[in-house]
Design a protein around this ligand. Structure first.
Ligand SMILES: Cc1ncc(COP(=O)(O)O)c(C=O)c1O
Length: 455
């Protein structure tokens, strides 16, 4: 029977909620399959994936057969085994042992989850419990950054500093005892300073906030090593070593949210590896299975694990799923076997050079920065003043829509919810030079067409 597209789309709008889209609407396309670094709609139109969907499809769709075989094998052998009451299993053990070879040294104790929000949420609970166990009953405040994204649950959206008035305001009140510190986004410095004369004042603000709130009241500081959802903004290189030192000085646990930046996205296994920083805990998801199946993890160091020993936590039914574990093991094997992170570093370098060479000179491009294949292109209305296009003009959504029409899927951030109007360049880590060129060749005329406006 021939699919009636229009009817199906109407049924979809009437029955299925879509994220970041008003309820009752859809994008008017039905996706059907994915291959290589492309996905295809029911009409057969090809879209090259310039965003790894939600910056999560790290391998692209190049390993579908191999990973499906690993999942099928586990499904036939033992499709489910809970993690409660101390039960363990071969699939989870294999996954944890492989993971411990990739995580920064010392971060080799794990708790497995269903995804990123559950990982950050868990990390907050472990931090608070850790201090309670030590008798530091007031150490419960969590500091996070403006421009950050940490997830959709109550605590993770409270920690999120992005789109604060946009998404979370409607289901307030949020969770108490969460504090925000300035973002490290240099191009639009919240402290109105210039790098490097600033002396990394944003990192120093963390120390001031800890002093003002009282170190005895602070459980943890969480940050993305590179701002992700806000538009891919890397910190200055001094930032992470400085916040590591501040957290150590004041007995504040450092949580790196590597949900987006982990598993090779920045050209190294984890983004903190760029600065040789060892957090106390690390939240992970997305690339842990290349999104072949929902899965996530929290890694913690010896100190945190020892501090939690003897404590009991409740888990969700599906947390630590054996099929997630089996898929993750296979994905981690592929990362190492096929040197996927090296390819991300090389392709990221190539793309950044091409972007800085050709795009940066365009009248509406203010700044381009990134690490590996986590790159952001800042779109401005006026280069001299850095004035952004008015969010009501929908310039960013228009770029996204025009790209889609030309067969390119990209993500944009918009000043209605982020500090920056940015186009994200973050294709799968398996992308080739020809595929990078194809994405940039589609993007270039769209950015060239933007015209600066008079104030
Ligand atoms: C840094 C970061 N943390 C947490 C999350 C939430 O992860 P999930 O969507 O898997 O719940 C995301 C999702 O984009 C993220 O980028």
């Amino acid at each position: 029977m021939k699919i009636n597209e229009a009817e199906l789309l109407k049924w979809d709008a009437d029955h299925i909620m879509h994220w970041v889209m008003p309820v009752g609407q859809n994008a008017g396309i039905i996706m059907d399959r994915a291959e290589g670094v492309c996905f295809y709609d029911t009409e057969g139109k090809e879209y090259i994936d310039g965003a790894s969907q939600l910056v999560c499809v790290t391998l692209g769709y190049k390993y579908n057969e191999e990973i499906a075989a690993a999942a099928a094998e586990q499904l036939k052998k033992m499709p489910f085994m809970h993690n409660f009451w101390g039960f363990t299993n071969t699939a989870t053990l294999e996954c944890a042992r492989r993971l411990s070879k990739l995580t920064p040294e010392g971060l080799d104790h794990f708790c497995f989850t269903n995804g990123g929000s559950e990982s950050t949420e868990g990390a907050f609970q472990y931090a608070r419990k850790y201090w309670k166990n030590k008798g530091a009953h007031n150490k419960r405040k969590i500091i996070s950054l403006y421009n950050s994204y940490h997830g959709v649950m109550y605590a993770s959206s409270t920690a999120t500093g992005l789109a604060m008035g946009h998404f979370s305001a409607d289901f307030a009140p949020l969770v108490p005892d969460f504090i925000k510190a300035p973002s490290y986004y240099c191009y639009r410095c919240m402290l109105d300073l210039e790098y490097p004369q600033c002396g990394i004042a944003c990192a120093k603000q963390l120390e001031k906030i800890i002093q003002l709130e009282g170190a005895d009241n602070i459980a943890a500081f969480i940050a993305e090593p590179v701002h992700g959802t806000a538009g891919h903004m890397p910190p200055p290189p001094e930032y992470w070593p400085m916040v590591r030192a501040i957290c150590s000085k004041y007995d504040v646990l450092l949580i790196a949210d590597e949900v987006m930046s982990g598993f090779g996205r920045t050209g190294k296994a984890f983004a903190v590896d760029h600065w040789d920083v060892k957090p106390d805990m690390m939240a992970m998801a997305k690339g842990i299975t290349s999104s072949y199946i929902p899965f996530g993890a929290v890694a913690m160091n010896d100190v945190v694990y020892e501090g939690l020993k003897g404590s009991m936590f409740a888990g969700a039914t599906f947390s630590s799923h054996v099929v997630g574990s089996a898929v993750s093991s296979k994905v981690l094997e592929i990362y190492v076997r096929d040197k996927v992170f090296d390819n991300a570093a090389k392709m990221g370098q190539y793309a950044l050079e091409r972007l800085k060479g050709k795009f940066l000179e365009l009248p509406c491009v203010g700044e381009i920065s990134g690490l590996g294949l986590m790159i952001g292109i800042e779109i401005v209305e006026d280069k001299a003043t850095k004035r952004a296009f008015d969010p009501d003009s929908k310039v960013m959504l228009d770029i996204q829509q025009k790209a889609l029409e030309k067969g390119l899927f990209i993500r944009v951030s918009d000043q209605s919810w982020s500090s920056g109007n940015r186009i994200s360049f973050c294709p799968p880590l398996t992308v080739t030079k020809q595929e990078v060129d194809r994405i940039l060749d589609i993007l270039y005329p769209l950015v060239t067409a933007l015209k600066p406006q008079q104030a």
